[in-house]
Design a protein around this ligand. Structure first.
Ligand code: UD1
Length: 389
């Protein structure tokens, strides 16, 4: 914590006075600006963070660098957290902030409050944050205020839709970051346009695909476990799709009709399960399951005739796997999955969803390619860059 003396010294410095630097301030300055990058602290909080951080932890582990892992506890259910740590072979977190659920402001503020103490105590040289969840922006804000460097993994993605909480998290985190690791070249372009200096931006590829490539052989070896030969895989959790009763009813009705022709497997996110029960909605013809572990879900994705989703990461995973993806959103922060990959944005247009599904079932598939640097080595590039710094 800044002492009263050091705070006034910093203020005096800002006003241009000559400082007599106290030992406490000197220690603080070293902490603020670092003396090389030896201690890397990672912050994860929600399911997609775990998939992104796993390969980075492993790649940095090959170098002579100290690592600390902080779990904010944003996701705390066994199915959304522990199982991912086990399957992705992530070491137990050094610290769990156990923040749990709450409103956006409460959750973000509570993570900030609890994380600040950890940063002051552990004194990392850089903090790596992942993706676009509340834990990401909360940790970035804490570090920026303490003058600790921030590295953002999966930087630069933009949906240009500020009604999405994740878009706000992305924009703010990127503005606060010192080192920005991007998954695709559109992300670099977004960052340039927002005035981020070029030397801070590193196009490294997609770390989520690193995890996928590593575990795909195991996923492919999983048994079918009673799943049908041909099926659609559905995931839904965006507030914009599930928090409005009319919209969710309309969507589930439409999918129930589709389910008469093609079995639909639906691992249900806790938020969505709550809404389905709150709005007393029918899910006839849909096969509802608990949220699935990473490997089992990957196994289903790789075998699906089509994936219907509103997730961000699944748009990328299906593109890599060459599996058709119909995204229930009007925009995406991952446009490369549309321009190069298998993704089609069907938005809120239920007629379009049904037409696209019919086309797919008749074998009319989009031609698709895997984007550059989605090659399983993105985390190695990140580790190399941090090592050189
Ligand atoms: C969060 C991310 C979203 C990401 C998603 C992946 C933000 C703003 N959103 O959304 O970008 O795609 O994770 O799953 O950070 N809940 C549980 N158990 C848990 C966690 C949550 O039951 O372990 C329930 C709670 O009722 C909670 C609700 O799910 O209120 C929403 O959880 P929250 O972490 O706020 O956001 P997600 O919808 O999971």
């Amino acid at each position: 914590m800044l002492t009263e003396n050091s705070q006034s010294a910093v203020r005096a410095s800002a006003a241009g006075y000559i400082l007599k630097v106290s030992p406490a301030l000197r220690e603080n300055e070293r902490f603020r600006y670092g003396s090389g990058m030896n201690h890397i602290l990672h912050v994860v909080g929600a399911r997609p963070n775990f998939v992104k951080a796993a390969p980075v932890l492993r790649a940095i582990g090959q170098h002579d660098l100290r690592q600390t892992l902080v779990h904010t506890g944003q996701h705390y259910d066994r199915n959304l957290s522990d199982v991912f740590f086990a399957q992705l072979e992530i070491p137990d977190p050094d610290v769990n902030l156990e923040v749990g659920s709450g409103s956006h402001a409460w959750q973000t503020a509570e993570i900030m409050r609890r994380f600040e103490t950890v940063v002051l105590d552990r004194k990392p040289d850089i903090v790596l944050v992942y993706g676009d969840v509340n834990s990401t922006v909360a940790a970035a804000l804490v570090c920026a205020k303490l003058g600790v460097r921030v590295g953002h993994v999966e930087s630069g993605l933009r949906s240009f839709d500020r009604t999405m909480p994740e878009e706000i998290n992305r924009v703010v985190t990127d503005q606060l970051s010192d080192v920005l690791f991007t998954p695709s070249e559109d992300a670099d372009a977004n960052l340039f346009r927002e005035g981020v200096p070029k030397e801070r931006i590193h196009f490294v590829g997609n770390v989520m695909i690193d995890s996928l490539i590593r575990l795909l052989p195991i996923a492919k070896a999983c048994s079918r476990n009673g799943f049908p030969e041909s099926f659609a895989l559905l995931t839904l959790h965006r507030p914009s799709n599930v928090d409005n009763s009319e919209k969710l009813r309309d969507l589930l009705d439409c999918l129930t009709c589709v389910g008469e022709e093609l079995p639909i497997i639906f691992p249900v996110h806790p938020r969505t399960r709550q809404r389905i029960s709150e709005f007393a909605l029918d899910c006839d013809n849909l096969r509802l399951l608990e949220p699935m572990p990473y490997i089992e879900f990957l196994s289903l994705q790789s075998r699906a005739a089509v994936v219907i989703t509103d997730s961000g990461g699944i748009q990328e995973e299906t593109t890599f796997l060459g599996i058709p993806c119909l995204t229930l959103r009007t925009n995406t922060e991952r446009p490369i999955t549309v321009t190069a990959g298998t993704n089609i944005l069907v938005g809120d247009d239920r007629g379009r969803l049904v037409r696209e599904l019919k086309d797919l079932l008749q074998g009319k598939k989009k031609k698709a390619n895997v984007p550059p640097l989605w090659d399983g080595h993105s985390a190695d590039r990140i580790a190399g860059i941090l090592r050189r710094m």
